[in-house]
Write a protein that binds this ligand. Sequence first.
Ligand code: NCD
Length: 310
Amino acid sequence: MLKRKDLLGLIDASEAEITEILDLAQDFKNRIKRGEKKMNYLDGKTVTVLFYENSTRTRTSFEQAAKYLGATTVNIQAGTSSVAKGETLVDTGKTLDAQRNDFIVMRHPMGGAPYLLAKTVKAGVLNAGDGINEHPTQALLDMLTMRETFGSLKGLKVAILGDIKHSRVAKSNLFGLKTMGAEVAMFAPQTLIPTGLDKLGAKICASREEALDGADVVMGLRIQLERQKAGNFPSLGEYAANYGVNESHLALAKPHAIILHPGPVNRGVELTSGVIDHDRSRIEDQVLSGVAVRMAALTLLNEYRKEQGL
Ligand code: NCD
């Protein structure tokens, strides 16, 4: 059981907490693979999915996770709700609380928004991505796929290449992987690496080769054009040539290295199609890990709510 009302980030998640989520997620993943889709750990509960940004897999997998657990789900698209009429986040939260929602899954363009919501609502809040801050369940699903492949995260070298500056996925992975004893090597144009990540434990590499050398995991990240002002690199073509990963680069990584990407992928930019569709690519497996990890997070947070009488 997680001893917390909300899951907002991995910055303060312990090794024991991450292990507990991954263990339960692995069990759920195995059960889904066997065709089980009704596991009633959230019977009678309501999960509201509140997204202020676009999403395909995160939104649908949270919904699927809640449904497999037997919860009722409500989907709010901020563009069609009272948010578009000027309602504040706190007032939206109060409304959702008044309706006795048990969980709110929120994605928001502002870093820290889920922390504000979590402070003001009785419901448990799960952060599905806040600005460029964190995306904890994405990192957990990445870790589930890595752990399932290699048995343990300890000592793995994870190379993360792409738009690190605008990536909440990179930050949550850095926090989680370091806690679990993995090494995190990062490479991007200097304009796409925020200062200070080395102080948080990342190894900032001077070249693509250095990042990929001996890597167990090669993770590509999307160039988040919607978050950048122009000018971080000359053109997408030049980015792909100088910073992207193609099949010949994979030879630098360990022979068993797996390829991950949170999606959506810009084919031919951060990774070539040959890498995305490689037989060592686990990008599709990550999607199933996503459903399982979100089921585990909801179940463990729900156990805490039960214990606390919430
Ligand atoms: C990521 C996100 O939204 O932060 N995607 C995801 O959740 N699957 C990364 C991205 O948008 O590039």
